[in-house]
Design a binder for this molecule. Structure first.
Ligand code: GTP
Ligand code: MG
Length: 135
């Protein structure tokens, strides 16, 4: 069994899609281990997205993720990392995310793609330490 970090980003919270995302996680059979509504400060945002530091969209990505509350969840299950990435769909909601995925069903723009999911075991461990140091 694996654990992964899931975020409902500020656009998803603002649009009232928290229940939709949590519902899809639960219907897939994944378990919620921790769940929190959280305001993201600049330090957490920059640590979370450190791999993108220096890219042209880094500044606007940090602005966006700190623009309003996010819902952070620790999600557990067999192959939870891949399972949630599949629920989310590809990064670009139009070109990459299939209909039926969260991004494919609800997203239009790459920056406003509603959810985050850790992309590897190493990323999940690093991110869960940042977001849920207590668990
Ligand atoms: P996350 O789960 O959020 O990490 O998304 P991802 O793993 O599918 O994509 P990636 O880690 O490559 O990029 C992180 C986030 O940066 C994406 O979810 C987008 O919100 C944003 N992003 C990625 N590429 C672009 C881009 O070309 N332009 C803009 N504006 N944002 C981008
Ligand atoms: Mg990523």
């Amino acid at each position: 069994s694996e654990r992964t970090l899931v975020l409902v980003k500020p656009d998803g919270v603002e649009r009232g899609l928290v229940g939709e995302v949590i519902s899809r996680i639960e219907r897939k059979g994944l378990k919620l281990v921790a769940l929190e509504l959280k305001n993201v400060d600049r330090q957490l945002a920059e640590q979370h997205y450190a791999e993108h530091d220096g890219k042209p969209f880094f500044g606007s990505l940090i602005e966006f993720i700190t623009s309003g509350p996010v819902v952070a969840a620790c999600v557990e299950g067999p192959r939870a990392i891949s399972a949630f990435r599949q629920l989310a769909g590809g990064t670009d909601p139009v070109d990459k995310a299939a209909p039926g995925s969260i991004r494919g069903d609800f997203g239009l723009e790459v920056q406003y793609n509603l959810v985050h999911g850790s992309d590897s075991v190493e990323s999940a461990e690093r991110e869960l330490k940042l977001w849920f140091p207590e668990i």
